[in-house]
Design a protein around this ligand. Structure first.
Ligand code: ADP
Ligand code: MG
Length: 312
């Protein structure tokens, strides 16, 4: 009741809010280009580029900050995938998944920009190297990624690009999965999605069956989660990054850096090493995520329970 009275009061004493503006008749997911004020570059991956903007229709600096993702180059080849990425993010609602806000379509142009909530601390790759994060906090982040993944799988999506660079940090105790650029839907009754290779794949995060047969499943996301967990526990230290550690190993056995050699290494049961300071149980979990046989890997649901237990 008090709140209502205060609100009514606000409308009366603030002559700037006209009734028509208080009840907007426009779609809140439509962002107008003319109100978007560029603030700074946030990051980029293979296809996308993300920029921080102030969306400021009142033009007085009071607007909200939003992250805007655009295609780096819009050739027709990637355009279809880009539209799918937007549709997928639009359909997801979970506390550990970055929130879709809307789109901005330039008049006449085809290039749609995706507007999402801005996560001030950037990706885990930006965040982790700068902090002295304790193991408990690392495991909390890992658990939250699993929670987002349980939700994603309930909608029958495989993420296909789980990695520290694609996990965004809201604050010291909340992370969200971002970047659904490679996400695919698995039809009911099927267990994997087969892709045509594009040459730009994040192979050092890929499960063995993805490298060999291009088969992506809920279990191959578990493998990539294991690699992400490894990244979190190495605090995303560049020297210890999955590609760099694989390169070191390839050099050690005097082989070239390529996917065939990676497959050979994984076939001989070589895996990323246990990060320093990683608790024994967590090291075991990581290795289970990298079981050669997909069916032997844990599920995201069981990982959540294990993290809960370890964090106690
Ligand atoms: P790509 O599909 O090209 O890999 P991403 O969606 O992964 O693009 O975004 C690239 C980078 O931009 C991320 O690694 C992160 O550093 C930054 N970024 C993306 N989305 C946000 C956001 N909502 N808030 C803050 N930073 C973001
Ligand atoms: Mg990315």
């Amino acid at each position: 009741r008090t709140v209502l009275r205060e609100l009514t009061g606000l409308i009366i004493i603030n002559p700037n809010i006209s009734p028509s503006e208080a009840l907007p008749d426009t779609d809140p997911s439509v962002f107008h280009k003319r109100y978007l004020k560029m603030m700074r570059h946030l990051g980029e991956g293979h296809f996308g580029k993300v920029t921080l903007y102030l969306y400021d229709p009142a033009n007085d600096g009071t607007g909200e900050r939003v992250a805007v993702k655009a295609l780096k180059q819009d050739n027709s080849q990637v355009l279809e995938g880009w539209k799918k990425e937007i549709e997928i993010l639009k359909s997801l609602y979970h506390s550990n998944i970055v929130k879709y806000k809307g789109c901005c379509t330039e008049l006449g142009g085809q290039a749609v920009q995706l507007i999402m909530e801005y996560l001030p601390l950037g990706s885990l790759r930006d965040y982790l190297p700068k902090r002295k994060l304790g193991v408990a906090q690392c495991l909390l982040f890992a658990q939250q990624i699993c929670q987002g993944m349980v939700y994603l799988q309930s909608k029958r999506y495989v993420h296909r690009d789980l990695a520290a660079r694609n996990v965004l940090v809201e604050n010291d105790s909340l992370v969200k999965i971002g970047d659904f650029g490679l996400t695919k839907h698995i039809p009911e009754g099927e267990i994997y999605y087969r892709v045509r290779e594009d040459g730009e794949s994040p192979v050092y995060w890929y499960a063995i069956e993805c490298l060999k047969e291009n088969k992506f499943s809920f279990s191959s996301d578990i493998w990539s989660f294991g690699v992400t967990l490894y990244e979190i526990l190495t605090r995303c230290e560049t020297r210890l990054s999955p590609p760099n550690v694989c390169f070191d190993k390839m050099k050690e056995i005097k082989e070239e850096k390529n996917v065939m050699v990676l497959i050979k290494l994984l076939d001989t049961q070589w895996r990323l090493p246990r990060p320093k300071g990683c608790p024994h149980e967590v090291g075991m979990l990581m290795e289970q995520c990298w079981a050669a046989e997909p069916a032997k890997r844990p599920s995201f649901g069981s990982l959540i329970e294990m993290f809960e237990a370890i964090r106690q």
